[in-house]
Design a protein. Structure first.
Length: 254
């Protein structure tokens, strides 16, 4: 499938930082023409940079700049195994009787399947999370937010909003579109305000991400790794990626 082939190209770039069309073609047993089309599509998404004869990651001393907000359905197809591993590990920290905040994002959506089958309370601004948990008899579900963003399917507060209506969850789980150094980024300021407010009200604050997000900047800084209780990431992530997180917070791999 094209999505799997393009993910394999990104995996090769993660390993080697730059790769030629011939190298990709030989590794994947796909024609040069197909690879060139894939590279063009991935470049349009801001996931790589085309160079003569191949491609490279758009990393710089300032981190990767995300040039395009990836549609939600595309996010669901990328790094699925890595996201699931992080989501499963995060779900293990939820216990009976807990009240938790779950933000938006494909990684946190996967977490829904692994929550304990015991009574808990969930506060969320994510429509997919709401739909996934709506029929779970063990969950007391609260939905917050004002305007829905169709690209990410999360509900946001206005810029002068007062947070998610005063609801407080002692445990907050959020994802991110980028992590660079100590900084944790999202794509939309209004959505980031909801996350920032939920984190400020929580005693335990968890970041649940796949390794692809590390080394990237995005538009809106909404928290720092130092303020997080721990970060969950897939255990097969590059050791350098794990150490980059561990410089600022506890890291839990799975």
């Amino acid at each position: 499938m094209k999505s799997e082939r393009q993910q394999a190209i990104l995996d090769l770039l993660d390993q080697h930082h730059s790769v030629s069309v011939n190298e990709i073609s030989n590794t994947l047993s796909v024609s040069d023409m197909t690879i060139r089309r894939d590279l063009a599509e991935l470049a349009d998404k801001g996931l790589l940079v085309r160079v003569h004869g191949g491609a490279q990651l758009p990393h710089s001393a300032h981190g990767t700049a995300l040039s395009r907000l990836t549609p939600h359905e595309e996010k669901r197809r990328f790094q699925v195994d890595q996201k699931r591993a992080a989501a499963m590990a995060a779900a293990q920290t939820v216990s009976a009787g807990d009240t938790i905040f779950l933000g938006g994002g494909s990684t946190l959506e996967l977490m829904c399947s692994y929550l304990p089958q015991e009574d808990i309370r969930v506060v969320t601004n994510s429509l997919p999370v709401l739909n996934l948990l709506a029929d779970n008899p063990h969950i007391d579900l609260f939905f917050v937010g004002g305007k829905m963003r169709h690209d990410t399917r999360v509900f946001t507060m206005p810029y002068n909003g007062r947070g998610p209506y005063g609801l407080s969850a002692p445990k907050a789980y959020v994802s991110a579109t980028g992590i660079f150094g100590n900084e944790v980024f999202g794509s939309r300021p209004d959505a980031a305000m909801v996350l920032s407010d939920a984190l400020s009200r929580a005693q335990e604050r968890y970041l649940v991400v796949d390794a692809e997000k590390v080394g990237r900047r995005d538009f809106c800084l909404f928290t720092t790794l130092e303020d997080m209780t721990a970060a969950f990431i897939n255990e097969d992530a590059d050791p350098r990626t794990i150490e980059a997180l561990r410089a600022y917070t506890s890291v839990i791999t799975a």
